[in-house]
Design a protein around this ligand. Structure first.
Ligand code: SAH
Length: 352
């Protein structure tokens, strides 16, 4: 039975479900979820991400984290963690770039937080010589300094959407009509947690709330506050989210998010303000990915790599550099937020 059928049957029997419940079923249903059943980034996959575009992305992230580790006195035991590691490419590039930082590899313990059994297998192959450990949640991160990266992880967490109605809010719900799903509106209710959004919204505006992001940010920032470390959170979105940003992508094209659950990637823009509200340590301003990578020297690195390339591979390399940094491509849409201990130097690339 398809996930569409499972959900239409359930909704017909029990009533509409929230968008967050719908996203969580579509992405992580144990047998039909999008991430549970496939490697969306592999050959013939549905979308691509910065580490899959060029090795330079992970190399520069690695050097930023390693410099931050040096700046904090090179603690002799720390966790190097990634949230949602995909194919393991970003972690592999971080490790190659940091291999020559004295002491860094001896001190690290690699922890991967990954919900998909399928992608855990791909990561195990990519990182087979490095003995990574998989954790079920950030709560299991050891009580020691934490250096963490999350690229396109928070955008995959389920959100609720609320539409303004006077000074109340109606939740957008997923209903069923025969064998099709559609969006509808729940009853108008007071939402004390959205009081601050009455200031910057008008009638019928939609706001998104991601309840899963808060405990994750709270936990990683508590480790950093208590033991030191740094986190680099990279995603598309802005300081505050406004409007319906839900997007479904299949075969590199956008598609209807409700048409065939479990067969398309679903994401929303990350609300970075909400992440910082849960932060228990210092945080940087959000910095456009292009600016961050330029500050870390991506142009010099690109020139060095170009020396060995000719013809098609050289053209692809030049295009990859542009794609990661140019404001009209990923350079502006993607933002980087750094978390670090109060009083410490921010991670390189995120200087005020
Ligand atoms: N960071 C990778 C992959 C991004 S895709 C890259 O940049 O290429 C999103 C990743 O997050 C996938 O690995 C997906 O399986 C994982 N993921 C999504 N929701 C998750 C959740 N709730 N808990 C843990 N991992 C999750």
């Amino acid at each position: 039975m398809s996930l569409l059928r499972i959900l239409t049957d359930r909704i017909t029997a029990m009533g509409p479900i929230t968008l967050a419940d719908y996203m969580s079923e579509a992405l992580l249903h144990p047998t039909h979820g999008y991430y549970t059943t496939r490697d969306p980034l592999g050959a013939g996959g549905d979308f691509t991400t910065a580490p899959e575009i060029s090795q330079m992305f992970g190399e520069l992230i690695g050097l930023s984290l390693a410099q931050s580790w040096l700046d904090q006195g090179a603690p002799p035991a720390f966790t190097l963690a990634e949230l949602g590691p995909g194919r393991g490419t970003l972690m592999a590039d971080i490790l190659r770039a940091t291999a020559r930082v004295p002491g860094f590899h001896d001190a690290m313990q690699i922890a991967l937080i990954e919900a998909s059994p399928k992608l855990r297998e791909v990561q195990a192959t990519a990182l087979k010589d490095l003995a990574p450990q998989w954790l079920d949640s950030v709560h299991a991160l050891p009580e020691q300094p934490l250096y963490l990266v999350a690229n396109e992880f928070f955008d995959a967490l389920p959100v609720h959407q609320y539409q303004r109605d006077g000074d109340r809010w109606r939740e957008r719900m997923v209903g069923a009509d025969g064998d099709r799903l559609h969006m509808g509106l729940g009853p108008a209710t007071l939402q004390p947690a959205l009081a601050h959004r009455l200031e910057d919204t008008g009638q019928d505006d939609i706001v998104e709330v991601c309840p899963g992001a808060t405990p994750i940010t709270d936990t990683i920032s508590s480790r950093i506050r208590d033991h030191g470390g740094a986190a680099l959170i990279i995603d598309y979105g802005d300081w505050r989210s406004l409007g319906d940003t839900l997007q479904a992508v299949k075969d590199h094209e956008t598609t209807d998010p409700l048409a065939d659950p479990g067969t398309a990637d679903l994401t929303t823009h990350v609300d970075f303000e909400a992440l910082t509200q849960a932060a228990r340590c210092a945080f940087t301003r959000i910095t456009p990915q292009g600016v961050f990578l330029e500050r870390l020297g991506i142009t010099q690195r690109a020139q060095a790599l170009a020396q060995t390339l000719r013809g098609g591979p050289l053209d692809a390399h030049v295009a990859a550099h542009r794609r990661l940094t140019h404001p009209a491509e990923m350079g502006n849409l993607f933002k980087v937020l750094g978390l670090y201990p109060t009083g410490a130097t921010p991670p390189p690339g995120l200087e005020p």
